[in-house]
Design a protein around this ligand. Structure first.
Ligand SMILES: [Fe+2]
Length: 203
């Protein structure tokens, strides 16, 4: 555990900024400036899309709210590439400066409770935490399958989940913890990700 990443606070943004977002173009500009690592950009895009689909299909949200969910996923690791020692703090400060919706900032702040010391509270928080590690493990699995995502089954993913040497940097403890908090089973989440995760960066 890295104590230096602890944010030391649990309130983010300002209530007056509720539902304030940035445009897709503004988000893309921020990402192209901050993130040079293509793999990391793909990861954030994937988590963003999962959040978007989840908001629409499972929470019956309209397009504007689905974009708020997507934005949390799209930006959650934006500072990891250039400022790993200030991970989370840097993007939070940027979003506060831009007067972005406090719910989005809180979701980003709580995507690693062990590291950042912020508990996931809202549905948005809990789903971002749940998708983060699982999305990465499933993508790593797709890269070792000649067919990629096509024909992928939940049981194949679970086998990789049990094999601790596979995608060893993916925290199995976080996955178990996040599934419990989300109220979903690991099978349900895996199945949702297989169905919705884009294999490559979408414009
Ligand atoms: Fe992430």
């Amino acid at each position: 555990m890295n104590h230096s990443l602890n944010l030391g606070r649990s309130v983010f943004g300002h209530p007056d900024n509720k539902h304030k977002v940035m445009s897709r173009m503004e988000a893309d500009m921020l990402l192209s400036e901050w993130v040079k690592n293509d793999r990391l950009r793909l990861h954030m895009m994937q988590v963003g899309k999962l959040m978007h689909h989840w908001a629409q299909e499972m929470e019956q949200m309209d397009d504007a709210n689905a974009w708020r969910w997507e934005l949390a996923g799209l930006l959650h690791d934006a500072d990891w590439d250039q400022w790993p020692e200030a991970h989370c703090r840097k993007i939070i400060e940027e979003l506060e400066k831009r007067q972005i919706d406090p719910e989005i900032i809180h979701a980003i702040a709580s995507h690693g409770p062990v590291h950042f010391g912020v508990e996931p509270e809202t549905r948005m928080d809990k789903m971002l935490f749940a998708f983060d590690e699982l999305s990465g493990l499933i993508h790593a699995y797709s890269l070792m399958r000649p067919e990629g995502y096509s024909g992928m089954e939940v049981k194949g993913v679970k086998k990789r989940l049990k094999d601790k040497s596979f995608a060893a940097n993916v925290s199995r403890e976080d996955i178990v913890d996040a599934c419990q908090r989300s109220g979903m089973t690991v099978d349900e989440l895996i199945s949702f990700i297989i169905r919705h995760q884009p294999a490559v960066c979408l414009a």
